[in-house]
Design a protein around this ligand. Structure first.
Ligand code: SAM
Length: 236
């Protein structure tokens, strides 16, 4: 998988993605990235990439002409799916991450200031994706999150370190609690069933904990899960 990053701050990549599992995968060539420094495409002698908003208001807006030139420096075939990181975008979910991780190429536009001139988003059909209901100062940390979530799903990246299908959100539920050595710690023991060696009962216990946690912490996800179960029963 290849990521093109349109950014004013290329030095912000690969950041944490150069470490640990994603860093090893980068070294192995399981994913790659290229930064396009938007400022390099500013045409005027001041190298300005932004302008005051028409209609007034605070802050500055990134110029459409400069962003377009930066985008067109990547050949059409290599642009792939075009994403603009934006708090007003579609919420990033594990389902969307799975979908994105199937793409061979993705171009991510990282906004700054008040955001980007709408015309360039419309003209080049950028999809807007948000990482959550809060506002960051720039799209780069959001892009790193999208990348991290996609990279760990790529073939050969996780090996058998983790089982993505059992993780939170993958089966419609939050994950059950984990325990490891020591079996007794600060007067606290681990649930007995986990040391029983009885795989079927352990699986059932984990499923129950997952359901309990999801119901309590995320009633929105729980409601969806119940709906899916009902649909699958009706489909049978
Ligand atoms: N004026 C914008 C608004 O109110 O929606 C916020 C602009 S924000 C200060 C600057 C840039 O950070 C955005 O253009 C976007 O690229 C990025 N950004 C901020 N919050 C984000 C979020 N929750 N998800 C994705 N990107 C975000």
């Amino acid at each position: 998988m290849h990521f093109n990053l349109l950014t004013l701050f290329p030095e912000m990549f690969p950041a944490s993605l150069g470490q640990s599992i994603s860093g090893k995968a980068l070294d192995k060539g399981l994913w790659s990235y290229e930064c396009v420094a938007i400022r390099d495409f500013a045409a005027n002698k001041h190298k300005s990439v932004d302008g005051a908003p028409f209609g007034g208001g605070a802050g500055m807006v990134m110029r459409p002409d400069v962003i377009e030139s930066a985008l067109l420096s990547i050949t059409k075939e290599k642009q792939g799916r075009k994403i603009y990181m934006s708090p007003r975008g579609k919420l990033l979910t594990q389902g969307l991450v799975k979908e994105l991780s199937q793409e061979p190429e993705i171009t991510i536009l990282c906004g700054r200031y008040e955001g980007v001139d709408q015309r360039v988003l419309d003209a080049h059909e950028f999809e807007e994706i948000s990482i959550g209901d809060y506002v960051l100062s720039g799209g780069e940390p959001a892009a790193l999150i999208v990348m991290d979530a996609c990279i760990r799903l790529l073939d050969g990246v996780m090996g058998n370190i983790s089982t993505p299908d059992e993780e939170s959100f993958s089966n419609g539920l939050l994950e059950y609690p984990h325990y490891t050595k020591p079996a007794k710690w600060n007067d606290m023991t681990v649930p007995e069933i986990l040391t029983s060696g009885h795989h079927k009962n352990i699986k059932a216990w984990r499923q129950e904990r997952s359901e309990e946690i999801t119901k309590k912490r995320r009633p929105d996800i729980w409601k969806e899960y119940l709906g899916e179960i009902q649909n699958s029963h009706e489909g049978n």
